[in-house]
Design a protein around this ligand. Structure first.
Ligand code: NOJ
Length: 570
């Protein structure tokens, strides 16, 4: 069994603009993060991933980078960043940066120089093509924001490609100079001492150079067959690994890659191929959205979620590795989407955390998730910053769709739910800022905040602390052991065994707001009599033996049992 210690990491994601403001300008910043490092450490995580803090016009909240080697003045200075690195590492934690390598901002000096002249040495850093004869763009791909993925530049009579905003032109990875620049920039951060990287949209960097039309007719993000997991992506990643990541021992990488098959993930993360260490399992957090329309929700069944998780757990075992998450800066809040943010907020937040932290894979926590932060009650499109939401609204209403209906969808699905300020305490701006926050603070911060949960043994925060401790203490089983699903067809209960040759654990999760009855099959290979209750999100039922595996779970109940003995051979 492969027991590398990096697999035992637990990562905390910070979305810096919304985490902690230190200078009263309403925007989170690096000094703010430094002031909260003791808190982060107290959760028990060992790694911090910082969403982008580079110079950026913030059309896409930092995912439009104008200079990959400089800190955005909104966030502070390079000296602040160095202090953050030093203070993080002196607490025994690692710091990971976010690498946005598929595109830059249009304010990046490369694009500024490429834009107006075909002779510029930077022209070929981006993807330019002549339009079709009838004045149409070079192909019919649509960007993730809707509309053509191409923007026309009059000065040179050519179009450039952008899979996202037109202010985020795509880099041309087929140009060796671009790859060298990127490798050099990555080494620059490695030399500064970072411990790892999250790689944004990494599986779209290599496009089919013929740029063929797509047969899809999606308003957003069509053409993916010609750029997702594209022709040279593995070669380019191997090169990046060789020339940058592996120039220093211990650099860990996680790739953001949607629409990947198990084969793709295996290729990206098989250690022998030397590409990336892990890919996020993005399939499960997207289960509630229509694949053709990211603002349309779809009903999903627990059996579908189980199928996804089980497929990843089984098919990648001893081949690759992946990151697990239930929330990040691109999704509404986890407890509002997959749990119950009303009556069972606390129970369901703990239950979802139990799933993420007891599977094979690296768990990621998104700021605020650990205190059960919920969606924000947005009432109007005017309140939003999320460019995806704003573009979607514009495109649909221009097409004649009912504005109210579109607005309702957008307000429900916007990424801004995850971007409202971190709720530290019950004071007027939740302790996030002394000024006017860039995004509104949720009124429920009076009840849902870090200060209220710090010392409450029953809080979500303390449940996360216990979960992480449990994961560490039983890493041989929880991190490195095998996974076996039970009750595959049950629509309320997610149950699985984690095991190695010597030890076994059992996880029972009720995904519904009703009591759930179940009967574990007899032939599960373990003997339940020896079990002990390691953790749960309810008090054990009165009058019952807490260590006895039950036949019923209460709404959103989660229980982890340890100490199961292998069943005697018949
Ligand atoms: C994924 C990032 O997580 C998201 O926030 C961003 O908008 C896109 N990639 C484009 O960089």
């Amino acid at each position: 069994m492969n027991r590398e210690s990096w697999k035992e990491k637990v990562v905390y994601q910070i979305f810096p603009r919304s985490f902690q403001d230190s200078n009263g300008d309403g925007n989170g910043d690096l000094q703010g993060i430094i002031s909260r490092l003791d808190y982060i450490q107290s959760i028990g995580v060992d790694t911090i991933w910082l969403s982008p803090v580079y110079e950026s016009p913030r059309v896409d909240q930092g995912y439009d980078v104008a200079n990959q080697r400089e800190i955005d003045p909104m966030m502070g200075t390079m000296a602040d960043w160095e202090q953050l690195l030093q203070q993080t590492q002196s607490r025994g934690m690692d710091l990971w940066m976010d690498l946005v390598l598929n595109h830059t901002s249009d304010q990046h000096r490369w694009f500024q120089q490429a834009r107006d002249s075909k002779d510029s040495p930077y022209r070929d850093y981006y993807i330019w093509r002549k339009g079709e004869k009838d004045g149409e763009p070079p192909n019919n791909w649509t960007s993730y924001l809707g509309g053509s993925a191409w923007t026309y530049e009059e000065s040179t009579d050519e179009y450039y490609l952008h899979l996202y905003n037109k202010k985020q032109p795509d880099l041309n990875w087929d140009n060796p100079k671009v790859r060298e620049e990127i490798q050099d920039m990555v080494r620059y951060w490695i030399d500064k001492g970072v411990n790892g990287f999250r790689l944004d949209a990494i599986n779209v960097i290599s496009k089919d150079s013929n740029l063929p039309d797509t047969k899809e007719s999606k308003m957003e993000g069509s053409g993916y067959k010609h750029f997702k997991n594209g022709p040279n992506v593995h070669e380019y990643l191997r090169e990046l690994n060789e020339k940058a990541f592996s120039t220093k021992e211990g650099i860990i990488t996680v790739g953001e890659a949607s629409m990947v098959s198990m084969e793709d993930v295996a290729k990206y993360t098989d250690p022998d191929r030397r590409e990336l260490d892990m890919i996020f399992m993005m399939e499960s957090p997207s289960i509630g959205t229509d694949p053709d329309d990211s603002f349309k929700s779809r009903d999903w069944k627990l059996t579908e979620l189980k199928e996804i998780v089980t497929r990843w757990e089984k098919e990648l075992l001893n081949i690759g590795w992946f990151g697990l998450f239930a929330s990040n800066h691109d999704h509404p809040r986890m407890v509002s989407s997959f749990g119950n943010d009303g009556k069972y907020r606390v129970e369901s937040a703990k239950m979802l955390a139990t799933l993420v932290h007891t599977l094979w894979g690296t768990p990621f926590i998104y700021q605020g998730e650990e205190i059960g932060m919920t969606n924000y009650p947005f009432e109007s499109i005017e309140q939003l910053d999320d460019q995806m939401a704003l573009h979607y609204y514009k495109a649909r209403t221009e097409r004649g769709e009912d504005p109210q209906g579109v607005e309702r969808r957008v307000l429900a699905g916007t990424r801004d739910h995850a971007r409202t300020p971190m709720q530290w305490d019950e004071s007027p701006q939740a302790g996030f800022t002394t000024g006017e926050p860039w995004m509104p603070v949720n009124d429920n911060h009076r009840e849902i905040n870090v200060a209220a949960q710090q010392d409450d043994p029953a809080s979500i925060l303390n449940y996360y602390r216990q979960l992480i401790k449990l994961r560490r203490e039983h890493a041989d089983v929880i991190v490195h052991g095998e996974y076996a699903i039970l009750l595959e067809d049950h629509e309320q209960v997610f149950a699985y065994v984690r095991r190695n040759d010597e030890r076994q654990g059992l996880v029972l999760l009720n995904f519904s707001d009703q009591d759930a009855e179940f009967e574990l099959p007899e032939d599960i290979g373990v003997c339940l009599d020896s079990a002990y209750r390691a953790l749960g999100n309810y008090e054990p039922e009165y009058g019952k033996d807490a260590d006895q595996v039950p036949h019923r779970l209460r709404p959103y109940e989660a229980i982890v049992f340890g100490g199961l003995q292998p069943a005697p051979q018949k």
